[in-house]
Design a protein around this ligand. Structure first.
Ligand code: EPU
Length: 337
């Protein structure tokens, strides 16, 4: 089914709850509808924006173009052997429903990604990650359709060019394709990753360390730090964690001995942006209706009635301040439209 709505408010389609509208909103429920739509679109030239759960966008003005919402919903087991199960999910499946399904069947690999907002189709775009896991670890294939031609594609993992909160879909293919489904390769034998942060502590508290307890621990940790977008508009981490050279890190470490840092590729050090923003004194502060979450400074929030530009102004003030204080340029994780 294809539903087309004109001048449609996106307030309920972005987790920052910004009230702007799209000139056209198109919802499709099947892959063949999407292909039909691309072959019969009369307003080529209008930009297309694919919106999953809207949990990683900040709208700063009305969108003069077509917002496409693929609500393709199914989960199917494609193949299974002693070691792996291959589960395919439609792009419109709510990400956490997929995690819940896998945990319920004791398929290992996505439990650490519990409660991340958004949809399955958005997961590969920014290679969602949390608590030492990322989507790229379990993605086997991504299927989709090219906007221009209506042709279908199937990408293997290498073709997706995954990186830290990055993929080909966020870079060269941005705005050019719509993801319709994702094939995941999950483990059938217990393979848990509980080294990050406070997970172990929680499991000790529960006295159990199975997949259900890991999901429970992560849900509790996230709820304690990250505001529920249903109550306070936000898009999770607003910035990426920046990478700096070892020299720069060592220099800063002399001035700020408590500064955390983790080795990443090519000898760079990844520094938590949340720590920098916190240290710079922004935690819990606000500029008008835009605020910095008091429990995790990496999350910017809509205190109610903020415009996209209010949030952007706060983000830019933070960026400038972090650059002045630490000589580090923060990069936005959220897609500003
Ligand atoms: N920190 C502070 N003050 C703060 C926030 C963080 O000092 O206000 C320090 C913490 O004490 C800790 C470090 O910074 O030492 C890291 O904090 P945390 O474990 O909360 O993780 P993060 O690096 O800030 C990343 C992801 C999150 C993900 C968490 C947990 C990015 C950009 N963010 O945050 O992802 O949930 O790890 O794995 O990589 C998202 O992408 O939307 C998101 C929420």
């Amino acid at each position: 089914m294809i539903t087309v709505l004109n001048n449609y408010s996106l307030k309920n389609h972005n987790t920052f709850n910004i009230d702007i509208s799209a000139s056209k909103f198109v919802e499709v429920t099947r892959v063949q509808d999407l292909i039909y739509h691309f072959n019969h679109r009369d307003d080529n030239g209008l930009p297309i924006l694919v919106l999953g759960g809207g949990s990683n966008v900040l709208f700063t003005k009305d969108f003069n173009g077509e917002v496409l919402s693929p609500v393709i919903k199914y989960i199917e087991i494609r193949e299974e052997n002693d070691e792996f199960v291959y589960a395919e999910a439609g792009a419109g499946v709510i990400w956490d429903d997929f995690v819940e399904f896998c945990v319920g069947k004791e398929y290992y690999g996505v439990e650490n990604l519990s409660l991340i907002p958004g949809t399955v189709g958005a997961a590969p775009v920014q290679n969602i990650g949390a608590y030492g896991a990322e989507a790229a670890n379990v993605i086997q294939e991504v299927k989709g359709v090219y906007v221009d031609s209506g042709d279908s594609f199937v990408f293997n993992k290498e073709q997706c060019r995954f990186g830290y909160r990055a993929s080909i879909f966020k870079k060269s293919l941005k705005g050019k394709v719509v993801i319709t489904s994702v094939l995941f390769r999950l483990y059938k034998n217990a393979k848990l990753n509980i080294d990050y942060g406070d997970i172990k502590k929680k499991l000790e508290e529960y006295g159990s360390d199975d997949i259900y307890s890991v999901r429970k621990a992560i849900v509790e940790i996230r709820r304690s730090k990250l505001p529920d977008p249903g109550e306070t508009g936000n898009a999770g981490s607003f910035f990426k964690n920046p990478e700096i050279t070892a020299e720069h890190f060592n220099e800063l470490k002399l001035k700020y001995p408590s500064m955390p840092g983790y080795k990443s590729e090519y000898g760079m050090i990844k520094v938590p942006a949340g720590w920098l923003i916190d240290k710079a004194g922004w935690k819990g502060k606000n500029m008008g209706r835009a605020g910095v979450n008091p429990r995790q400074a990496l999350v910017l929030v809509n205190l109610g009635g903020a415009t996209g530009n209010d949030i952007l102004r706060l983000a830019e003030a933070i960026e400038n301040d972090i650059n002045e204080k630490f000589g580090i340029r923060l990069e936005k994780e959220v897609n500003v439209i």
